[in-house]
Design a protein around this ligand. Structure first.
Ligand SMILES: [Zn+2]
Length: 71
């Protein structure tokens, strides 16, 4: 997904600004175990304590709209 997206960016300058929005707004997940909010790195939805979490509190909606926009 990331590689395909980067390829589109190279061909279509108009997409670059939208891409920037994705990069500056991190995906945040909340961990029920340690009650902490962690920034998702490289699409690994894992808390800093090591427990996986899909409890997204920020960013996923923007990511989804981005994918639909490309299609
Ligand atoms: Zn945790």
């Amino acid at each position: 997904m990331q590689n395909a997206f980067a390829a589109v960016l190279e061909d279509e300058p108009k997409y670059q600004q939208t891409s920037l929005h994705v990069e500056v707004l991190p995906i945040l997940i909340h961990c029920d175990d340690c009650d902490k909010t962690t920034e998702v790195q490289q699409y690994k939805f894992v808390c800093s304590c090591g427990k996986p979490s899909r409890n997204v509190v920020q960013g996923e909606e923007l990511l989804i709209s981005k994918v639909e926009f490309i299609d």
